[in-house]
Design a protein around this ligand. Structure first.
Ligand code: PGA
Length: 255
């Protein structure tokens, strides 16, 4: 049984006070909701507020994740943060290879792979993002793109490591656009990701890895998406910046 996992990616939004307030609010709602056991929930604030957010919440109820990291353990890498630093400020998760990092900041599959290995070695739970652009989808290349990203970004993991990774399928054209992949479009890719993992590893690992969908998820479309057999949660951007809309999605992940 895959435990549903909803993560909020706050991106470069919110200040210190509003980050702490939003995280605290979500945690209180999760407590009242009594659903913390049935669904895993995390927020990923801007890195400068990770410490404050991780200190403010009970991380056994609301997890805390970073939006990026660097693969080297320490040294002359101006502006970068290591996996150990993220753990030190209370992170349990790290988003890797988000499409904004791939497309705006030029992150390659090879770079994502290095980060992934460092995150796993440190004990962080990585959320590895894959997804096609609109021209790629229109050219019928979606599954090919996903397979290439999978084999590059997730190369060289042991089966044991693979089983702890969370994958987020985020079609680039659906991120922040209000356009969502239909549940069928998303399910097709999620199913294909499972087939890839069954081929590379085995059925047991393929069935155990959680695959989130991301791209304009909101309370109104969450039930249909999360109702698909191979969609195990959501990586939520815009709708995670407000407690009620985020909890409206968490609600759909339960039962
Ligand atoms: P969105 O972002 O929900 O605002 O589309 C999702 C993401 O980028 O993870």
């Amino acid at each position: 049984m895959r435990r549903p996992f909803i993560a909020g990616n706050w991106k470069m939004n919110l200040d210190r006070n509003s980050s702490v307030a939003l995280a605290t609010n979500i945690m209180e709602k999760l407590k009242a909701f009594g659903a913390a056991q049935d669904v895993e929930v995390a927020v990923c604030p801007a890195s400068c507020y990770l410490d404050a957010v991780a200190t403010a919440v009970d991380r056994s109820i609301l997890g805390v994740g970073a939006q990026n990291m660097y693969h080297e353990p320490k040294g002359a890498f101006t502006g970068e943060l290591s996996a150990a630093m993220l753990l030190d400020v209370g992170c349990q998760y790290v988003i890797l290879g988000h499409s904004e990092r791939r497309h705006i900041l030029g992150e390659t599959d090879a770079a994502v792979n290095q980060k992934l290995k460092a995150a796993l070695a440190a004990g962080l739970v990585p959320i590895v993002c894959v997804g096609e652009t609109l021209p790629q989808r229109e050219a019928g290349k979606t599954l090919e793109v996903i397979r290439t990203q999978f084999s590059g970004s997730l190369a060289g993991l042991t089966g044991e490591q693979m089983a702890t990774v969370v994958i987020a399928y985020e079609p680039v054209w659906a991120i922040g656009t209000g356009k969502t992949a239909s549940p069928e479009q998303a399910e097709e890719v999620h199913l294909d990701l499972r087939k890839i993992m069954a081929d590379c590893y085995n059925n047991q690992i393929a069935e155990s890895v959680r695959i989130q969908y991301g791209g304009s998820v909101k309370p109104s479309n969450a039930a249909d998406l999360l109702g698909q057999p191979n969609i195990d949660g959501a990586l939520v951007g815009g709708a995670s910046l407000e407690a009620d809309s985020f909890m409206g999605i968490v609600d759909k992940a339960v039962g």
